[in-house]
Design a protein around this ligand. Structure first.
Ligand SMILES: Cc1cc2nc3c(=O)[nH]c(=O)nc-3n(C[C@H](O)[C@H](O)[C@H](O)COP(=O)(O)OP(=O)(O)OC[C@H]3O[C@@H](n4cnc5c(N)ncnc54)[C@H](O)[C@@H]3O)c2cc1C
Length: 459
């Protein structure tokens, strides 16, 4: 391969990870080009204005305490945030009964609540023993990785109500079925988020704040700093590589560079062709990291009527299509909006329904939770991330059983001039926007260290 480079580093993907890595390299004086498949930046964040000006968040939206990388960008760009509405009671549907509760953990039924407290403490303390940079080094890695979350739930002495809720919690957090995820992966993920309570609550937790003009603004501002170095509509389909560099082939041509940073989920990285082919361990990892399943639906009403009933709009269901809801009302708008998450197997079930049946089933669920006033929304906006070609699911790619313990190191290890980034690589807030940013920064640092060590001139 010649050393006559078009640019120093090509970054694949203009999500928060790709843009953060590119920005850091650019600031350090490295010549960088970002190739993005879509006609927009932001990846798994998508903030769109609908109807007469209602902002709809179709993708990632909340930020919360300890997500310092996101807050730093929000402060740097002077972006406005507001606090997620959380006044009033939450709802839990358990065994067909609607129970009211306050805070992160359902306390409507005292026996269930006591068991849930125990389970949360047990899971969180087990999680804190997992080193998020190297889960495979846990002394019981193979054993924990041979177990699914479902096997663990089934083997616990908790009451049935608590087990039902733990399954619901798994679907909401990952979002996958408890039988699909390795227990080691679940513990890794909980550890990276700082514990279950930090992840599932609203105030003082991961769902505390929203960006007033949409989370996609952060990516747009980062892209603004990079100008025409970000090239849209440029899906990458092949990467040729050798010790001297890479040739990155995309829809409109090819770029020859010293290095490439692939900042997309592992399963999508596995769909790119590499020449020569990547080592089997890396490819097997990409085969076994699967994207979770969520349909996000925003159901719009004339007013946030549930607030008058003393309800927060936060609901946790059991076996219906709608697994959780939150109050998505914008502080500057009169409409009330309930955002509904259809998670894991429910998402797959929902996608087999025609769109109007899916919508009618969701509305019926909302009537069950919030009463007859929920029957007549003025608008409904939905996005299936399973059908999105450049995500193929969400919120995050996860490890199937047996993957972390046998293939884990292949997640972040560079292969010659090919480096990896993306929220899936993050050690803190993995799966979240914050993790995307930190993974991008960490990979840029590694590349800058390499450049410094080899005293390269190709910038
Ligand atoms: C419905 C939903 C709700 C969520 N809720 C939250 C939340 O409230 N808070 C939170 O912190 N996080 C949330 N998340 C997760 C968060 O959005 C993601 O973790 C984060 O945006 C991932 O950023 P990334 O840069 O790692 O990946 P992506 O955003 O996926 O970026 C990768 C980019 O690469 C592009 N790409 C893919 N393949 C190619 C290719 N071959 N060639 C070129 N480009 C390619 C994609 O188009 C994409 O733009 C949510 C996600 C979803 C979808």
């Amino acid at each position: 391969m010649s050393t006559d480079f078009d640019t120093g580093v090509v970054v694949v993907g203009a999500g928060l990870a790709g843009l953060s890595t590119a920005r850091k390299l650019h600031d350090a004086g490295v010549d960088v080009v970002v190739l993005e498949a879509r006609d927009r930046v932001g990846g798994r964040t998508l903030s769109q204005t609908e109807g007469d000006g209602l902002l709809v968040e179709y993708g990632g939206q909340w930020v919360g305490p300890t997500q310092d990388h996101m807050y730093a960008l929000i402060a740097e760009f002077g972006l406005e945030t507001f606090t997620q509405y959380a006044d009033g009671d939450n709802l839990q549907l358990a065994d067909g009964r609607l129970l009211r509760y306050h805070g992160a953990i359902p306390t409507g039924d005292p026996i269930i609540a006591a068991d849930l407290m125990d389970a949360m403490v047990e899971l969180t303390s087990a999680a804190m023993e997992v080193d998020t940079a190297a889960p495979w080094e846990h002394p019981r890695a193979a054993e924990l990785d041979a177990m699914t979350v479902e096997t663990w739930i089934g083997s616990q002495p908790y009451c049935d109500g608590a087990k039902v809720w733990l399954r619901t919690l798994t679907r909401a957090i990952f979002p996958a079925e408890p039988g699909e995820i390795s227990l080691l992966h679940a513990l890794f993920y909980i550890s990276s988020g700082g514990g279950l309570e930090k992840m599932i609550g609203i105030i003082n937790s991961a769902q505390e704040n929203r960006l007033t003009h949409g989370s996609m603004q952060v990516s747009q501002r980062l892209a603004g700093l990079l100008g025409d170095r970000v090239r849209l509509n440029s899906p990458v389909h092949r990467i040729d590589h050798d010790a001297d560099g890479v040739t990155v082939h995309h829809e409109h041509g090819a770029l020859h560079a010293r290095r490439v940073i692939v900042a997309i989920p592992p399963t999508l990285a596995g769909r790119i062709r590499y020449a020569p082919a990547l080592p089997g361990l890396r490819d097997q990892l990409t085969q076994r990291s699967f994207m979770a399943s969520t349909i996000k639906m925003s159901v719009v009403y004339e007013t946030p009527f549930w607030r008058a009933d003393g309800l927060s709009g936060h609901m946790v269901g059991d076996n219906r299509l709608v697994c959780t809801t939150l109050d998505q009302t914008h502080p500057d708008r009169p409409e009330g909006v309930l955002v509904c998450f259809i998670d894991a197997a429910a998402a797959r079930r929902a996608l087999r329904m025609p769109a109007d049946e899916r919508r009618a089933t969701v509305i019926e669920d909302l009537v069950t939770y919030y009463g007859e006033q929920a029957r007549n929304p003025v608008a409904v906006y939905e996005k299936s991330w399973l059908d999105d070609e450049w995500a193929r699911g969400c919120y995050v790619g996860m490890m199937s059983p047996g993957t972390w313990s046998t293939l884990g190191p292949a997640l972040r290890e560079p292969i010659g001039p090919i480096h990896w980034a993306g929220t899936e690589c993050a050690t803190k807030w993995n799966g979240y926007m914050d993790g995307a940013v930190s993974s991008g920064l960490a990979t840029a640092e590694a590349v800058l260290a390499e450049i410094a060590a080899t005293a390269e001139v190709a910038r």
